[in-house]
Design a protein around this ligand. Sequence first.
Ligand code: AHR
Length: 510
Amino acid sequence: MSQAAQMQLSIDWDRSAGVRDPLFFGYFLEHFHRQVYGGVYDPGSPLAGDNGFRGDVLDAVRRLRPAVIRWPGGCFASGYHWRHGVGPDRVPSYDKAWRVEEPNTFGTDEFIEFCRLTGAEPYLCANAGTGTAEEMSDWVEYCNLNGRSRFARLRQENGHARPHQVRLWGIGNENYGWWEIGARDSSEWGRFVREAAKMMRRVDDRVVLSAAAFIDLDRDLDLLVDWGLSLLRTAAPQIDLLAIHGYAVLTEGAGYLESVGRIGFAETRIRRAERLLELLGPDQRIRIAFDEWNPRGWHFPGFDGRQRPDISEWDRNDDNSAYTMADAILHASFLNTCLRHCASVAMTCLSPVVNTRGPIFTHGGGIVLRPTYHVCDLYTSLLAPEVLDAHARIPVFTAAGQDAAGPVTLPRADTVATVDRASGRLAVAVCNLHPDQPLDCVIWVPGRALAGPGQVTTLTGATPSSFNDVGHPDDVRPTAAPVPADGDTCRIRLGPHSVSIVELHTSPAN
Ligand code: AHR
């Protein structure tokens, strides 16, 4: 083997970073663009069943084993009245978030069915923009009560005799933002959350509640502290999860280096949220729901409400060539970061699950699985539940990409180590960020023997800008190969611009 840059990873068997929460690998679905209509729900399409759901989409989502799906938005949620979307007579309403007509044919009962068909737990985001605490708690009645409640009876009349038993509820979406319908001041927010939570828990005290929290570091620091603290001071006893959001690359058309250069974005946001929570003292129990995130931002001119929307512009989000190996690497490194913080991060929701900049793209004749789909699939199926501390010696590289403003210096790799202690199976995720150089990776676990052969599953494409599309759906796809381990060390060469999962077996060293 000729010389390549080398990374050394020493995994500490005795230091656990935590066990990933069952809610960890989640998704998001919003009434926006073609996510719901023309995405998961397409009555009349030859690919849809009698229930209106696209069979190919259901299969692809189910294969990801989604822990949760958050719905109905997003900004859409801040103007959404759930009663418009239940019952036999659905009347369209004007969606003031995205300035389009919402047919309301996909509502609560359809979403619950979608979750049932895909195996996900529903996570409903209640309207804290134009909605009230009462409306939120009425929705809990509709979903969770059984008898002696006006809204439980309504659900039964709508053909759902048994409660939907929705455990996960979100109070609000980005209510701190000037862009959000019914945006609130920091002083109002804590009180609103506390009262909404109180009413929702009066209906069902088993609910798990999140509240929208401002954590965007690229914005005003005072606002950030002010928002976080006033929410926690007033409502901490009532909430279980702090809901934060983040989109890594906001520049449209950003190329490989500019994109992978954003691998640190989640770390900063999570640390900020952790520090806010630490202010509550050592016994605090609130965890973080990173319940909207994506490697890439989205294209929607007129989002600030000043322009008329040009709906055809939304389709720019559906250009598959925009979602490349850079997205796969950013995606993997986001999950690595959240896993390293799994003691505090309970949930992540990739935004969205279908279309816009999601991992699944639908078209009239089928679907395309974008590179990020394979990352979701590999992480859910191959990583083990417990995260171990690891000491990584990772070289850096400097490159001047045509897309970057100047030369950038980046780490060669990003990694996380996981284990299933019962079987001794170790699963290590490693991204090689370099656009065209391989990386040698040396892995060992002091005090443990490594038994081979293991397996490495690698996701890559011919170039850093490889992508999948109709006509070439497999340009980026995972392949598996055996990996030797010679007793205490595993040495493996990882190709450029790649995401790999290395699986090995460990046992106590003699
Ligand atoms: O996904 C589009 C929007 O991005 C969501 O509605 C909002 O929550 C975020 O700002």
